[in-house]
Design a protein around this ligand. Structure first.
Ligand code: DP6
Length: 343
């Protein structure tokens, strides 16, 4: 063991999926591959203090307060990961997490939360055993993140990240994400302005939403469509074809919500203002030719994606036409980031 250490801290970002993960099998195995932009400013910082103990135990604090509502998800996370991080059997942990984004923004990022916890746990394991080394650290952290929240597996890597087996990337896996680096591509750096329509907590958890894919009437079609969209999106990034990128990203966002609306029970997560924003974005793009597009999470907020060189123009567009549809005029300017950081 590295006896000098008694605590570790990692900062890990959220991510926004371009091809959506929706539906899973046992043990957090996705129904389809997904791909995402890793964000920069929206992140969670987690510190874990650890000490020897006769058996595993943990205490969890969010911004220095106990949060009983997070305990069921954390309990099931620890029960899934303990066999892969055996040093936990003899440790007692005190976990403290905090988010960079405001409490009431409606952004509940399990991706940044679980990836930051997983990075800390993976580092702690490396002090005690050879199961984790420099070479496999990120892959292991992504594997552990996935067992907390599927989308968290993608936050371990910067820029563009892919999770789920696809023949398009030989080293892709259902068990962990991989970084997708496009050294040949001129594909621009993207910004993501998150337009906050609803500041409340989610009406339907992602976990329940995924479950509704089990018997969904369009399950088979969705799985094949996601592979087709994945391949088109990869081509558009590789060939720097922004128009095709926009078409696929928007189609994926609308498909995600269409799947929710056609599940049993069905649910509608966007709000009238979500649609107002979407309409305004499409109209603005047609009128000005500026390459902006929208994507959505499992909620009402809209992610406005655009190349960095259009930042000024898009900021005036937000002020003039979109801010009126945001809850208390709230939005967060983020951009593609380089991935987690050890503090
Ligand atoms: C719509 O990763 O939050 O954001 O694995 O149950 O924790 P769990 O689900 P989660 O689902 C994210 C769904 C999504 C699409 C995506 O991020 O790919």
């Amino acid at each position: 063991m590295n006896y000098d250490k008694t605590e570790v801290t990692w900062k890990s970002p959220s991510n926004i999926a371009l091809i959506k993960y929706w539906g899973k099998k046992e043990n957090q195995i996705p129904l389809n591959p997904s791909i995402s932009f890793t964000l920069n400013k929206c992140h969670t910082t987690t510190t874990i203090k650890f000490e020897d103990s006769v058996k595993f135990s943990y205490d969890f604090y969010f911004e220095n307060k106990r949060k009983p509502e997070f305990i069921p998800k954390l309990d099931s996370f620890f029960s899934r990961i303990i066999e892969f991080l055996p040093s936990l059997n003899n440790l007692s942990l005190t976990i403290n997490s905090k988010n960079s984004f405001p409490h009431s923004s409606g952004i509940a990022s399990s991706a940044s939360a679980f990836s930051s916890i997983a990075l800390c746990l993976t580092e702690i394991e490396s002090f005690y055993s050879d199961l984790v080394c420099k070479k496999n650290f990120n892959q292991k952290a992504s594997f552990i993140s996935r067992l907390g929240s599927g989308s968290a597996s993608r936050s371990i890597f910067g820029e563009i990240s892919c999770w789920g087996k696809t023949e398009l990337y030989k080293n892709s896996s259902d068990h962990y994400a991989i970084p997708v680096i496009n050294s040949n591509s001129d594909f621009p750096r993207f910004c993501d302005s998150i337009l906050i329509v609803d500041r409340g907590t989610k009406k339907v958890s992602s976990t329940l939403g995924h479950k509704l894919m089990d018997n969904h009437i369009f399950k088979k079609e969705r799985i094949s469509q996601s592979h087709v969209n994945f391949s088109k999106l990869k081509d558009s990034i590789d060939t720097n074809d922004i128009d095709s990128f926009i078409e696929i990203v928007e189609k994926e966002a609308l498909t995600l919500h269409a799947l929710m609306m056609t599940s049993s029970p069905n649910f509608i997560l966007f709000k009238p203002n979500t649609i107002q924003i979407i309409d305004s974005i499409v109209e603005y793009r047609k009128k000005t030719g500026v390459k902006v597009c929208f994507t959505l999470d499992a909620g009402a907020n809209v992610h406005l994606l655009y190349p960095k060189n259009s930042f000024e123009k898009v900021q005036s567009f937000i002020q003039k036409s979109l801010i009126q549809f945001c809850n208390s005029g709230m939005y967060i300017n983020d951009e593609i980031g380089l991935g987690p950081q050890k503090i």
